[in-house]
Design a protein around this ligand. Structure first.
Ligand SMILES: [Mn+2]
Length: 387
């Protein structure tokens, strides 16, 4: 079978800015170009927030109707810890879309996350510590998925679930975690912790696409469809993957209609306004369908340069931003602004640290907080009584 692998659309990212359409446009192109595949897999972070706006939500639904109406003869034959008869797909003859939730969509137990909501509404099949077997012309593939869990719990959740490949199937394991050695952060899930003997591994969350190998099986990091944080790495093109189960060959397919990112480092030593403007001018000479993002990192001593004037001079042609090496605090504030999750993650980190010091269970308090947000007072009382 032919599989399309997508991840990290981040619908709703940069809402209210001139980049707000980027995620939708990239996902639209990717989905339209996947209409010849037998199954579409989405490895988490379809949405940028756990409670997307209705505007964002409906656009996701509109995109998902495309594969639904493209018939391809794939049948859902059975579930793994999942009742297939309970999956309320609007149209079961379409290309199955199978998705997990990511870090951005995760909500505590008892509250529906937006990917789960899309399953309930009939748009896709949602997995979390379960799976489905699909069949076409006698060929069977099994997709098992673990949605995003806080990094400190990921190894434990996997141990408890202990997924095993299914006999006579091409077995896929899809998850959404910070994984070592691909990332550097505390509480990483070590790659060796992954279940063994699957034929293909797919991991969302990391925004830079990569293909690797785990115990002789291909390991694909699909990468994101939108630039959420501008770094040197963002200059690489974004895209999605095609995978053929028979030949076991994969192909990275670049999104044609994507906003290009340029990351330039300039030394402030002898730097003048003209130098910066010439540099931006050179970038613009190459021609762009979408205004490129030009991030200029200023290295060295603080210098008085008319940065705002430069930005406004190019405002119609490029999205220019500057980052000064010395302004650590400003950088942090900007990052938080750009990436809303960081704020959530930050409070969580602080809360967890304090709770741990008090020898209290952070999971319970996170649960309490989320239930309070939803006005579920009775559940909160029950939870606290039982702890
Ligand atoms: Mn992501």
């Amino acid at each position: 079978m032919k599989i399309t692998i997508l991840s990290d659309f981040h619908f709703g990212f940069a809402a209210g800015t001139e980049r707000e359409e980027d995620a939708f446009e990239a996902a639209k192109e990717a989905i339209e170009r996947s209409i010849d595949s037998d199954v579409i897999l989405i490895a988490g972070d379809m949405f940028d927030t756990r409670v997307p706006s209705t505007e964002v939500f409906v656009r996701a639904m509109q995109l998902l109707t495309k594969p639904m109406h493209a018939e391809n003869g794939v049948r859902i034959s059975k579930g793994i810890s999942k009742k297939v008869e309970d999956i309320p797909l609007i149209k079961s003859e379409g290309i199955p879309v199978i998705a997990i939730h990511g870090t951005h969509e995760r909500r505590v137990r008892g509250l529906m996350n937006p990917v789960e909501a899309l399953e309930r509404a009939g748009f896709l099949i949602y997995l979390h510590c379960n799976g489905v077997v699909l069949e076409k012309n006698g060929e069977k593939i099994c997709i098992q998925g673990m949605s995003g869990v806080p990094d400190q719990f990921s190894a434990g959740v996997l141990d408890q679930w202990n997924p095993k490949p299914v006999e006579n199937c091409f077995n896929i394991f899809m998850f959404h975690q910070s994984l070592s050695p691909f990332m550097y952060a505390p509480h990483l899930l070590p790659v060796e912790k992954l279940p063994r003997d699957f034929d293909l591994y797919i991991c969302g969350h990391m925004h830079e696409p990569k293909k690797s190998v785990y115990r002789e099986s291909p390991f694909i990091i699909p990468g994101s469809l939108v630039t959420t944080q501008i770094t040197k790495e963002s200059m690489k093109p974004m895209g999605f993957w095609s995978f053929e189960t028979e030949s076991r060959k994969s192909e990275f397919r670049v999104i044609e209609n994507q906003r290009k990112v340029y990351y330039v480092v300039m030394d402030t030593g002898n730097l003048e306004r003209d130098d910066i403007e010439n540099e931006i001018g050179k970038i613009l000479e190459t021609g762009h369908k979408k205004k490129p993002i030009v991030r200029i990192k200023l290295k060295g001593k603080e210098k008085n340069l008319p940065l705002d004037e430069i930005k406004s001079r190019f405002v119609d042609k490029a999205i220019v931003s500057f980052r000064k090496e010395t302004e650590e605090e400003k950088i942090q504030a900007k990052t938080l602004e750009e990436h809303r999750l960081s704020v959530q993650e930050l409070w969580k980190k602080l809360l967890y640290e304090n709770l741990r010091e008090l020898k209290l269970n952070p999971k319970t308090f996170e649960h309490v907080f989320e239930l309070l947000l939803e006005n579920k007072i009775d559940e909160v009382m029950d939870l606290l009584k039982n702890e």
